[in-house]
Structures are given as C-alpha cells and as structure tokens.
Write a protein that binds this ligand. Structure first.
Ligand code: TXA
Ligand code: MG
Length: 358
C-alpha cells in the first residue's frame, strides 16, 4: 500500500486533504493524525473491520481496547450508555483536551473497538486538525497511538512514517506534538448516573490532567495500583494496554534513583563498565550542566524546572537511542512537580520497573 504523507500545518489546501482523510475513514481505511498528546492511528470506531485493520497495522494484541475520539459533546450519548454527572463536569472543564473517560458502552460500538469489553474509552482531542478530521470522518474515530506495538508513541509525523509507511492510507503531519505524553485515562464506568458514585473514579493512566486537577472538579479519585507498581499475576491493570512492556526503546533501560551526586557517580561508573564490556550505552539526563557523563549517546531531555520540555522529549529520546542502536540506557529520575507521575509512569513501564536505588 502506498502511504500518502501530507503536511497540514501551514498548508493552504489543508481543508481539502482533511476532507479526503475523512473519506478514507468512512470507506474503512486508516489515517494517522496529529493530536496535542501524541499522534493517533485512526479508523472508523463504529466499523468492526476498521478496528481489526488498526490492530493489524500496529501489530497489537486485539484484547487491547481503542480510544474513541469525538469532536462534539452531542455525540457522546451515541456511544456511551450512561454518562454520570461528574463526567459532564469534567468534559466541560477539560474537553477538548488530554483527558480520556471510560463509560459503559452502547451497542453502536462494536466489541472489536473495545477489545471485547463492555466499556468504551472516549476523548475529545484539543487540536484543531484532529477535530476537523474527526468531523470529516463521521464523528467517531478509534485511535491508538500511531506506533508499532511496543514502540514509543510517535510525537512527530516523521516518526509515524517510520512505523506505518506502507501499512496505512494516509498520514497527516501537523508538526511536533505539544504535550508528548498520552492522555490521562479516568475510569468512570463504575459510577452511577445519579449523585451517588458506586465506585470512585479511577485513574488508569496518568497524564497532563493530574489527580489534583480532577479532584478540583469531582472530589475523590484514586489510582489503579499498577500505575506505579509492577503488574503480575496477582495485580492486573484495569487498562489492558498497561500490562505490556510499553513505550519502550529496543535497548535495556535502567532508572537510577537517589541523591543527586550518588546518581551521577553511579551512572558515570556503570556507563564506563558497560562500554568496556562492549555495550553501546546511552544516558538520559535532565538539566544542561555538564555532569561528566561519557557514553555513546548523552541526551539532555529537559530541565527539571521545565517539566513540559521533559514530557515533550521523552519518547523522541527513546527513539533517538534506537536510531543509534543503543543496547543499554541509564536514565536519571524525573520526578517533577506536576507532570512527574505521568513522566515516571512511562519511564517505569519502559524500564520494566528496573530501578536502581543508590
Ligand atoms: O493521548 C492519547 O490517549 C492517544 C491519542 C492518540 O489520543 N491515544 C492513546 O491510545 O494513547 P492507546 O491505544 O495507545 O492507549 C489507550 C489505552 C490502552 O492502555 C488501553 O488498554 C486503554 O487505553 N483503554 C482503552 N479503552 C479502555 C477501556 N474500555 N477500559 C480500560 N482501558 C481502556
Ligand atoms: Mg499506545
């Protein structure tokens, strides 16, 4: 299949292309598109054959449900069985934006889209191109991140092309993603439509919309334990996708945690030893000062005082390690104030929870 690659930022005939992209979706094809979080791999959410194609293009296990992207709140009742009042308040505050909410699903949504679940994840992305595209596509676009399964989510059109060339009909390149980490996922499927919540809303994946921001609007929320703990037979994540080693570079990733100076000297020594043993070593560090790191690749992914920069560059740094065929990566911990949970959740998953405490 020939994959059409279209730049939609600063493109005057952009509307025409978006219309065509929508047409491809209506006819059962796949189009990758930009959002404010990461790029999505879109197909018609109400068409079971499209969902199957998405799994195939990604090489993703089909028990891993897809997020349905909408462009208008009026469309929510067509796919969600019961929308609790708390969800309406959250939608008013955070949509369009980086929040995904899970509801009981209606029969309109095929189980192929929801990986066999009776619930559906819904998001209205905060990105103009994404919204126009969803409208052109008929209003309901199922989209996982546009990476091959297991690889880091793409935050540029070029990285989508790397993974999806020849596998999908079209890529809309809208420039680098603004946020760089996937949306916060909040499960509201256990909440009743009345005032009383049967089960408190649960964060299945942390993101740009933090626990505190959610609490301000709806009060109590809690975390699925597997967000920060290693999942095993006794501890299964509620979001099926969170059980896989994920968001990961090809090389082994180890997080080093502890006092600043101890971390620096540990990484320096460990890198030296690994290189002496013939490994290609990468280091992910914050801040710009010289910490005396020597490795095959040293990436300074942002400063702790600008956590948005760290979030934006994390996945790209994983992919740069892959470009450079790095076997072993040592990463500092990036426990920043607001986005720290989201950043560390991705880093921990990518590292298979390998943390060295020094
Ligand atoms: O920011 C985002 O959310 C991006 C952009 C493209 O919108 N999308 C994204 O999709 O990250 P994906 O498929 O890579 O991650 C979706 C996660 C998976 O871990 C999946 O298991 C979970 O959401 N999920 C989807 N539907 C669910 C459901 N009904 N119940 C529980 N988890 C669900
Ligand atoms: Mg993904």
């Amino acid at each position: 299949m020939n994959t059409e690659y279209i730049r939609v930022d600063n493109n005057k005939s952009c509307n025409e292309y978006i219309k065509r992209a929508g047409e491809i979706i209506r006819q059962g094809g796949l189009v990758a598109f930009p959002t404010e979080t990461v790029y999505g791999l879109g197909g018609d959410a109400l068409n079971r054959a499209s969902a199957r194609k998405i799994y195939e293009a990604k090489g993703r296990p089909s028990d891993n449900p897809l997020i349905v992207h909408i462009a208008s709140l009026d469309d929510l009742p067509r796919i969600a069985e019961s929308v609790p009042e708390s969800a309406c308040r959250l939608a008013e505050r955070f949509w369009p934006g980086p929040l995904t909410m899970i509801f009981k699903k209606k029969d309109t949504v095929p189980e192929e889209t929801t990986g066999g679940l009776k619930t559906v994840a819904v998001r209205m992305p905060g990105h103009e191109t994404a919204l126009s595209f969803i409208r052109a596509a008929g209003g309901f676009v199922a989209a996982p991140s546009a990476n091959r399964s297991g690889r880091p989510s793409p935050t540029t059109g070029e990285r989508v092309l790397e993974d999806m060339n020849g596998r999908i009909e079209m890529i809309l390149d809208g420039g680098p993603s603004q946020i760089g980490l996937e949306s916060t996922i909040l499960d509201l499927s256990g909440c009743s439509t009345g005032n009383g919540a049967d089960e408190p809303p649960m964060i299945l994946r942390p993101g740009y919309v933090t626990e505190e921001m959610l609490r301000e609007v709806i009060g109590g929320v809690r975390y699925d334990r597997t967000v920060f703990e290693k999942a095993d037979a006794g501890l299964r994540p509620k979001a099926p996708g969170m059980k896989y080693r994920h968001y990961a570079p090809f090389g082994t990733l180890r997080i080093v945690k502890g006092d600043r100076d101890a971390v620096i000297s540990y990484i320096r020594e460990a890198a030296q030893e690994a290189r002496a043993a013939g490994k290609r070593v990468g280091i992910l560090a914050c801040d710009t000062e010289d910490k005396g790191y020597e490795a095959d690749l040293v990436l300074r992914i942002g400063s702790l005082s600008d956590e948005a920069e760290i979030a934006r560059s994390l996945y790209e740094s994983f992919r740069t390690c892959d470009d450079q065929k790095i076997d072993l990566i040592y990463s500092e911990e990036f426990m920043t104030k607001r986005l720290g949970h989201a950043i560390m959740n991705r880093l921990l998953k990518a590292a298979g929870h390998e943390v060295i405490e020094v």
